[in-house]
Design a protein around this ligand. Structure first.
Ligand SMILES: [Zn+2]
Ligand SMILES: [Zn+2]
Length: 272
């Protein structure tokens, strides 16, 4: 199994020089398992992933399961710029998301509607399937996917991917402090090999002015990894106002509490 980070930023893209070591693109993580691909969220990082998939495919069909945690801009903004959707009619994408607030198909149609975007979904030649994935466990190919609600305005789904090569958990956009959701995220992360978790704020920023905004901080990320027994922690969804130096300090501070922690960075790969 190979996990690769294509977008790690929260809220909005930040392509400015002092952010570029960790990266300015919004949420997108690729998991490759043999020939199968699983993509978590469609932030602006999805565009470069699409280019890589096209290079790797050498004209052959591209297939992937794509999980969309929720429909805030930073998790869907890459969809209209995902090249493989437009070209080969043999390409096939299965989108999985909760339709509690809307279906993803409707979200995509609305996001590409005039006057917000110059082409509409009819330009997309690839095969697209839209699947409703609510809280629970479902088998897909030869993996098991578990989805659980997290604590976020309008809701956000966390995902656990169980495979024969290891377990990876993608849980971003989650605010601590609600007993139900705190339990959900620990259950999702239980014993995972890799936990990718929302660490948008500094603990002091959260306490001072970010309560109720739907995000976590690195100190809570440490609590989750320790209490769930997950092995490796990846701090994710970096705040737009946190530059590379700030994230370096976060990682150094976090390692005083748990040794196996790093911050997600564009291009980072983890092999299991
Ligand atoms: Zn977000
Ligand atoms: Zn969000």
């Amino acid at each position: 199994m190979r996990i690769k980070f294509w977008g790690v930023r929260g809220s909005t893209p930040t392509p400015q020089p002092d952010n570029l070591r960790y990266g300015g693109n919004t949420s997108c993580v690729e998991v490759r398992l043999g020939e199968n691909r699983y993509i978590f969220d469609c932030g602006t990082g999805l565009r470069a992933l699409g280019q890589q998939l096209q290079r790797d495919s050498e004209g052959k069909a591209i297939r992937a399961h794509i999980f969309v945690s929720h429909f805030h801009w930073d998790h869907i903004q890459g969809i209209p710029f995902f090249g493989p959707l437009y070209e080969n009619p043999e390409n096939c994408f299965s989108f999985h998301s909760s339709s509690r607030t809307r279906t993803l198909k409707r979200v995509m149609e609305e996001q590409m509607a005039a006057p917000y975007f110059p082409v509409d979904m009819s330009e997309m030649k690839a095969q697209r399937g839209f699947y409703n994935l609510e809280q629970g466990r479902v088998p897909l190919d030869d993996v098991m996917v578990e989805a659980m609600w997290l604590n976020h305005p309008q809701g956000c789904m966390g995902y656990r991917l169980e495979t024969k090569e290891g377990v990876v958990v993608y849980a971003t956009d989650n605010e601590p402090g609600d007993p139900v959701f705190d339990k959900n995220v620990r259950k999702l992360a239980a014993g995972a090999d890799v936990l990718i978790y929302d660490a948008q704020y500094l603990p002091e920023e959260y306490e001072a002015r970010k309560r109720g905004w739907g995000h976590s901080h690195w100190r809570e990320a440490i609590n989750v990894v320790v209490e769930s027994g997950a092995k490796e922690l990846i701090l994710f969804h970096h705040d737009p106002d946190h530059d590379d130096a700030c994230i370096d300090r976060v990682v150094a501070d976090a390692r005083n509490y748990y040794p196996k922690v790093q911050a997600a960075a564009e291009g980072l790969e983890i092999k299991l």
